[in-house]
Design a protein around this ligand. Structure first.
Ligand code: GLN
Length: 538
């Protein structure tokens, strides 16, 4: 079997949604019966994004095998409904780390180690590894063409064209066609320049995907085709859409999948996008509307909670509900007021002590006012701290992450985490089994007693306090039995108060909404429909 490679590059500006374009193409080819593999290359020097601030890089996405990866892998999993792994994402740092380790070992004795061929060979090896056993490998090169950092990745992509042959490699360039309000027209010049830059490197794009706020006229397409030297049918429009899940359908309408299949001489089957069409239909025609307050730290930066947002959208679609996500300022003096028209509260994952007290207050308000509460990772730790302080009356109870000297360390490190010296890739990461108690909300959601979910944290519920918590009504309904770790807690006598030590958001997909997100949204819909319960007593 010959694997075909599609290289996706970006031009003009970043944040064009290259990841969504790559995922959408993957979805279309998968719908034609092809096996598709995805790869994201990040040109920065960090060995992985695990130590980076989400404010700079967006969310860190965790795979089944515990790799801390770029958030585009989340799009790949959601669109293709398939698990990604460690090998589906690598950085320049990882490439250099491998090559330098080999140099130290003596693998290149006698030679000068250089970007070409040593770094580019390592990159090509990883491109090929990603394509192994797949009909098509879609390789997204991070950054914008013209950046210094991405040059080795582009050079390796050029070499792949030479080595694998013309029918086996396709270059697709995602670019911006800006609208200039003053002259009321779209401009092709930035795209011409960015294609020019690609040609300098020796890559002629086969297909151009144009992000534009306004429709691109046939004349404009003809101009882009001429200047960029691609056939008119290969100039594809990517307009802004209501839901990202519409993008595959928008591409399909313009025959993008047919173009790719023809250029790469692929043999395919008839199209099957029924379940995807159904997802989009549900998203576009909601019957209910609910407001979910997100009590997170990065309120101004949407990408920091990408998977949480998407999982809420999926949970919404399962309930035919449109979700309005409202970022909650937990430092505001009157949080209660801002919760008046809220139907559910979600406390996502996080690190460090900033904003912790505000979140504890929010969890208390959710508990006392019977507002549906969903805690993810840090959101579980917050719920446990709040309950310990205000119900168990353990004054000053805390996590040792936020107060190393607390008298009541209800959240603490396990001995193995206390021994950790290096910060990179040393958290409790990836998939762990969880046994669920029958009769719990979690059991009702999952419909089974044994599940597995993805983790990314250092701290755990301190088992010394478990009996106290349980006796007072905060029950551990999910456990990782081999290490006796609390995975899920639930509050007795509350319509829906559930928190998990793992990150269910990473496993939610439009075609398979996560059961906990589905049930959390259902509880929010129920609240929205019963106005009496929605009123918060003054
Ligand atoms: N900071 C907490 C811990 O390390 C929670 C991490 C998270 O929410 N992902 O355990």
């Amino acid at each position: 079997m010959t694997t075909k490679y599609i290289f996706v590059t970006g031009g003009v500006v970043s944040s064009l949604g290259k990841g969504i374009s790559a995922s959408s193409i993957g979805k279309l080819l998968q719908a034609r019966g092809l096996s598709v593999s995805m790869l994201k290359c990040d040109p920065y020097i960090n060995v992985d994004p695990g130590t980076m601030n989400p404010f700079q890089h967006g969310e860190v996405y965790v795979t089944e095998d515990g790799a801390e990866t770029d958030l585009d892998l989340g799009h790949y999993e959601r669109f293709l409904n398939r698990d990604m792994h460690q090998a589906n994402n690598f950085t320049a740092g990882k490439v250099y780390e491998t090559v330098i380790a080999r140099e130290r070992r003596g693998d290149f004795l006698g030679t000068t180690v250089q970007v070409i061929p040593h770094i580019t060979d390592e990159i090509k090896g990883r491109y090929r590894a990603a394509g192994k056993n797949a009909d098509v490998a879609i390789i997204e090169i991070g950054g914008t063409v013209g950046d210094i950092e991405s040059l080795p990745f582009l050079e390796a992509a050029r070499q792949m064209g030479l080595e694998a042959g013309k029918d086996n490699v396709l270059y697709l360039h995602v670019t911006l066609v800006p609208y200039i309000r003053a002259s009321e027209e779209l401009k092709t010049k930035p795209t011409q320049h960015s294609v020019g830059k690609l040609r300098e490197i020796g890559i002629n794009p086969d297909i151009i995907v144009c992000r534009a706020e306004r429709p691109i006229s046939p004349e404009m397409k003809a101009k882009l085709s001429l200047f960029c030297s691609v056939p008119k049918e290969s100039v594809i429009e990517a307009p802004d859409v209501e839901s990202i899940y519409e993008v595959p359908l928008v591409f399909q309408k313009q025959g993008l999948d047919d173009q790719i299949i023809m250029l790469l001489r692929l043999r395919t089957h008839s199209k099957d996008l029924d379940s995807w069409n159904e997802v989009v239909r549900r998203l576009k025609h909601p019957k209910h509307r609910v407001v979910i307050a997100l009590a997170g730290k990065y309120t101004d930066y949407k990408d920091a909670y990408k998977s949480v947002n998407e999982a809420l959208v999926h949970g919404g679609a399962a309930n035919e509900a449109k979700i309005d996500i409202r970022f909650l300022d937990t430092s505001a003096p009157d949080i209660l007021k801002s919760l008046e028209d809220v139907h559910g509260i979600l406390v996502p994952g996080g690190f460090g002590d900033r904003g912790i007290e505000g979140k504890i207050r929010v969890a208390q308000l959710a508990r006392e006012n019977k507002i549906p509460y969903f805690g993810l990772c840090l959101g579980l730790q917050i719920a446990v701290i709040e309950f310990s302080r205000n119900v168990l009356k353990l004054s000053g109870a805390n996590s040792t992450e936020f107060d190393a000297k607390t008298r009541y360390p209800v959240i603490d490190l396990l001995p193995e985490q206390k021994a950790v010296k290096e910060m990179g890739a040393t958290m409790r990461l990836g998939t762990y089994e969880c046994a669920i108690k029958k009769g719990s909300l979690a059991y009702r959601a999952y419909g089974q007693a044994s599940i597995s979910e993805r983790h990314r944290h250092r701290y755990e519920v301190n088992n010394k306090f478990r009996k106290l918590l349980d006796d007072a009504g905060l029950h551990a309904s999910g456990l990782h039995a081999p290490k006796n770790l609390v995975e899920i807690v639930e509050l007795e006598g509350h319509p829906w108060f559930l928190a998990v030590q793992f990150h269910p958001e990473f496993k939610s997909r439009p075609e398979r909404p996560h059961p906990l997100f589905r049930d959390f949204v259902a509880a929010a819909v129920a609240r929205a429909q019963s106005p009496s319960s929605a009123r918060i007593p003054a």
